[in-house]
Ligand binder design. Structure first.
Ligand code: SF4
Length: 331
């Protein structure tokens, strides 16, 4: 008997070239999940429009992000990888779901309030409806599982409420309530040593950077702030370089650095150089694969077109059921 795999959905805004935070926080997990789930991964370009005013880089950012995803091991033979706006049915479902979503609930969401604080001059209708579009993204593909960090669980609960509300209003069971799958999302701190790694703060290290650029960024990393001189013992437990060493350096080297730092037997410059070397070595296969894929004419476009076709087939089926459940006149 062939066991049907559960379907997982996840989406990310097109932020262009990906950095270590994106890789450790999301992409690595996407790659692992595609082995056990039927995975649907979407670059949510329409979501980006709620806060992005200038769209001149949108195309390039979408392409660069897809290229990084594929080079990192997201496999179009195992997963559906596509761009949100290529499946316009999701916009239709968004509208239909908005009819069963109380406005007060949307404006009371902490994420909405945060976004209003961050974009006080651009509080648009799309920003309010963002969680409804997010719900449509998940349920249109009949995804039952959404990988999320613990802090994202309220979003999934919101999506479940919208689904319940729709099913109750139209006395149907066509939409499935998604479940959040708790995922360890490590908070990757940027080179400033205090904020989450992010492009907007320019504290990131890009996966696709050259080895030289990578080393330059690593050498700018903030270390243990209490360590002023080489002769001061350091505390690796409060040092972001050491946190990343633990991920990218061999175990024996991590143990050696841990001990040497505490006894002031290694300097931060030397320590960072060693980290940069290990990081570059770890990223080498990714970078080689990226260059190979980039050299194939039309490859990214073809992958995204195929992904959109497969995603649209599922979406069209769901929408036929949704329209029938509501009782819209069919022709
Ligand atoms: Fe951090 Fe390494 Fe410096 Fe210790 S020696 S404070 S682990 S950079």
């Amino acid at each position: 008997m062939i066991e049907e795999k559960e379907r997982v959905f996840s989406g990310a805004r097109p932020t262009g070239r990906q950095h270590l935070g994106n890789y450790l926080g999301a992409i690595k997990n996407y790659v692992a999940l595609q082995e056990d789930y039927e995975s649907v991964y979407c670059i949510v370009d329409v979501h980006a429009l709620t806060t992005v005013e200038a769209t001149k880089d949108l195309k390039l950012n979408t392409r660069e992000m897809a290229l990084d995803w594929l080079a990192a091991g997201m496999d179009p033979r195992k997963s559906i990888i596509f761009v949100q706006s290529h499946v316009p049915e999701v916009m239709e479902l968004h509208t239909l779901l908005s009819m069963v979503t109380p406005l007060g609930k949307l404006t009371a969401l902490p994420t909405f309030k945060e976004k209003v604080r961050a974009n006080p001059n651009n509080v648009n209708y799309g920003l309010v409806g963002y969680p409804v579009l997010m719900t449509a993204d998940i349920v249109i593909y009949k995804a039952t599982t959404v990988p999320v960090g613990i802090d994202q669980f309220p979003h999934i609960e919101f999506a479940r409420e919208v689904v319940r509300s729709f099913n109750y209003r139209y006395d149907t069971a066509v939409l499935l309530e998604p479940q959040g799958k708790a995922t360890q999302v490590p908070k990757v701190i940027g080179i400033d040593g205090k904020n989450k790694m992010s492009k907007s703060l320019n504290n990131h290290i890009e996966l696709a950077a050259t080895p030289e650029e990578t080393e330059k960024r690593v050498m700018q990393m903030v270390t243990d702030p209490q360590r002023k001189r080489l002769s001061d013992p350091g505390d690796p437990d409060v040092c972001n370089v050491f946190t990343l060493h633990k991920i990218f350096s061999p175990k024996e080297e991590v143990a050696e650095i841990n001990a040497a730092c505490r006894k002031a037997e290694i300097g931060c410059v030397d320590c960072k150089r060693r980290f940069a070397k290990n990081l570059n070595e770890d990223l080498r296969p990714f970078r080689e694969r990226r260059a190979e894929l980039e050299a194939k004419p039309g490859y990214i476009r073809d992958v995204l077109a195929d992904g959109a076709k497969r995603a649209q087939a599922i979406a069209a089926e769901t929408m036929a059921e949704v329209r029938a459940a509501i009782g819209l006149y069919e022709i």
